[in-house]
Design a protein around this ligand. Sequence first.
Ligand code: SF4
Length: 607
Amino acid sequence: MYGNWGRFLRVNLSTGEVKVEEYNEELAKKWLGSRGLAIYLLLKEMDPKVDPLGPENKLIIAPGPLSGTSAPTGGRYNVVTKSPATGFITMANSGGYFGAELKFAGYDAIVVEGKAEKPVYIYIKDDHVEIRDASHLWGKLVSETEEAIRKEIGSKRLRITTIGPAGENLVRFAAIINDGHRAAGRAGVGAVMGSKNLKAIAVEGSKRVPIADKQKFMLVVREKINKLKNDPVAGGGLPNYGTAVLVNIINQNGLYPTRNFQTGVFEYAEEQSGEAMTAKYLIGNKPCYACPIGCGRVNKLPTVGVTEGPEYESIWALGANLGINDLASIIEANHMCDEYGLDTISTGGTLATAMELWEKGLLKPEDVGEEEAPPFRWGNTEVLHYYIEKIAYRKGFGDKLAEGGYRLAEMFNGTEYFMGVKKLELPAYDPRGAEGHGLAYATNNRGGCHIKNYMISPEILGYPYKMDPHDIGEEKIKMLIIFQHLSALVDAAGLCIFTTFGLGADDYRDMLNAALGWDFSTEDYLKIGERIWNAERIFNLKAGLDPERDDTLPKRFLEEPMPEGPNKGHVVRLKEMLPKYYKLRGWTEDGRVPEEKAKELGLEEFL
Ligand code: SF4
């Protein structure tokens, strides 16, 4: 077997048992790896109705067949589990170096089951796997944990992924952080890790990933790297300004969500743009493993010193979405989120919900009950520094915020002010300015997420070609479906989604065929993507997804026209798009996967 090792690690924290199990070529041809292998294992082994924070939930950490190879961005891994935020599947993806190192240790995945009696961490050195005591690490920040484990193991190669206090305290939007600042962020994967009393995984490996045709792979990889380098976004905008290159573009196009999506134009956007950050604070780029793009930012501030990030989404979530303009405070807040192990998008989204509840008079000072607490006023930077820590430790009102925006809004009778889908806070694009992206939010398997179906590409940036953001015809919906399959494929391969700036489905086919020794067509690979997407949908339906209730958007986007800017007057015509989407997917009229579709994809055993 090439690319994949054909084996994964199963660690049961309740019993302390560690096993190596087989992942064969036949399965790999169906699921590829990573996100594909993970959903296969979850559907096969776990009741989708389990309590996400109970010991029955499984946490699957999986690099892909191209992770640890020289393929551009080949260092990604996915964390797949049932989300405590949404109650559905989540597949949080992270870069850095951990995914590649796990591959070097000789595993296609780690399946973590059960719950340890006391805090532990897993140490893996090739075939040696140990569950070690982590009582002394419990309560430590991400950087402190990394440092302590490094000292303990005493190896330079060591790569660590860990939770911070937020994961330990089961914050519903806690992240898992590797390499200090790279996050498997969304939908509470860190809380699942915390619920298992698992503080960290430290890994070092000495193996080289087996490649079917080394010569051909090298040539193909070189060609794809050149393509990326010549692309204006992958080879220009991203390395020069990071993902924050989007701030000005999205704001100028009138869909930069401001003050909890009340409008799509932020008057101070330029001051928090990638250009401004580069001029004021940037001291370098930090690429992930084998990445020729290098979007990662290294900034230096007098307050926190040298730190990494923030990404576009984090700048927005902790900035414009709260009406906050001070870039230095945003960078500091991002640093705090990394240290405590919090997802920045949901942290900002939850605080934005609180701010609007405050504005509307539903949340009052007596509800907060802390005299020194800064008021939840738009633009109040003190809120960031006061509450991020309180959320991570569930202290005072932070305990309510730690439940996430939806549950917070429910507590104060204002769910209409929660800007999310399937209880997951939305990222940084107002869908009234890109209606296909609205359909993407509504139908995403993990809820309000942009990264698994980035329709901003065709609707705003013109990739693979420019589409009118307000067109809602069949071509747009077909494009969304292809994007959903392509993102599943890229995740399953172990690559970064930013390679889709510059690379198309044929390019992934070339790299995978050379590495795996297969002769698959582009359609064969996209079929794997479709299989993964449908398998995740089946998981969600079994977990209790009600398409009518859950495949939707906040009322604001459906009923309140955008008040200003280039998209003034627009809403999202979701009702017109959704039935067409179900039909084009081959689903039933009410959004379910029918038997014939399941059979076509070889999923009938899971229905
Ligand atoms: S493009 Fe950015 S996020 Fe993606 S692998 Fe490269 S440095 Fe990491």
